[in-house]
Design a protein around this ligand. Sequence first.
Ligand SMILES: [Zn+2]
Length: 352
Amino acid sequence: MAYYVNRTMFKHLVGNEQVKQTFRRLIAKRRVPNSLLFAGDEGVGKRSFAVELIRSLLCKDTTEGDACGVCPACRRAGTFQLPKPDDKDAFKKVIFSDHPDVGMVVAQNRNIAVDAIRHLESEANFRPYEAESRFFIIDDADKMNDSAANALLKTLEEPPAGSHIFLITSRADSLLPTIRSRCQVVRFAPVETTEIERFLIDDRAFTPDEARLAARLSRGSIGRAVSINVEQVRKLRERMLLAVANSLETHDRAGLLRISEEMNDAKNKEFFEESIDILTSLLHDIWSIRVSRDPSRTVNADLADRLSSLAESSSSQDIPDWLGSIQEMRENFAVNINRKIATDALFTSMSA
Ligand SMILES: [Zn+2]
C-alpha cells in the first residue's frame, strides 16, 4: 500500500493561503522551527502541507519558496510505502519515505506505539544522510498514549539541532498541554466550498454538477470531497428524497419505515451515515428555500424544482423539528444506541 503525494508545489495545494504565505516566509529565511503542530479539521490537507514544506526545504530548484516537485529529492521525499494495516511490527518504527532523511510515524489501530516514538528519538539524533536536516512527521499525533506522549515530550524538551518534528492532528485539545506548548502551532481552516469545487473540476475531472454536489457535501474537507462517489450519492439521495416526500406529501408511514429498514439492512450498513448526511442536506435546503424563496444557494441545486415544491408542503415546524431529531439521534449513536430503533423513531416522528 503506497501513499504518494503528487501535488507539486504549494500553489497547487488547495486553500489555506495564509499557511502558504507563512511557510514561504519561513522557507525564504531558512527559519522553520524544530517542532511544528499542524492543527485543523480532518481532510483539510495538513499532511500534504507538511510533506510540501519538507520538499521545499530539500529541493535544489525552488521557485519563490515552492519545491519543483520533479527533482530526485522532491520525488523521493513525497513517496511513502505504508505497511499493511495488520503488519504487527512495521508501525513500531519510523516509516521512512524514499528519502533517507524524511520519515513518518503512523498510528495502527488508533494507537501510536511508544516504540515508534523511541525510534523517532534515536533517529532524530543521527546526522542527516544527504540533506541539511532530518524531518519527521507524526500523523494523528493525538493517538499517542501517555507513554508515547511522554517519550516525545523528552525529545521536544531537548530538540536535536539537526532535526524537525511536525505533529499533525485534528484534535489538538487531546494532546498533552506540555506537548502543545513546545510546538509552534500552525492552524488550518476548512477549505472554501468554491475552492474545493474548482479543484474537483480542474484536478479530478468532475463535471461541474458533480463538483458542486461533492464540494457542498464535503464540509470543507478536500479528503472527504475526493472520496465522495457522486453516483452513489445520487442513489442515496433519491431514497432520502422519497422519505421526505412520504412525510410531507403522501404521509406514507409504511413507506418511511421501509426506507428505515433498507438503511439498516446489512448490505447498506456502510452507507448509513452518508444517508443521514444527505437527508440533513435536503432538509437544510428545503428550509432555506422556504425562508428565502431562493433555491440557487442550495447544496442540491440540481433538485431545485422538486425541493421548492416540498418546501411548499412543509409547515413552519416540520423541518426544524426533524433537524433537531436528527441531531439528537447522532448524539445517541455516540453512546451506542441501537441504530435501527433510532431510525424507526426518527421516521415515525416524520410521519406524525
Ligand atoms: Zn525539487
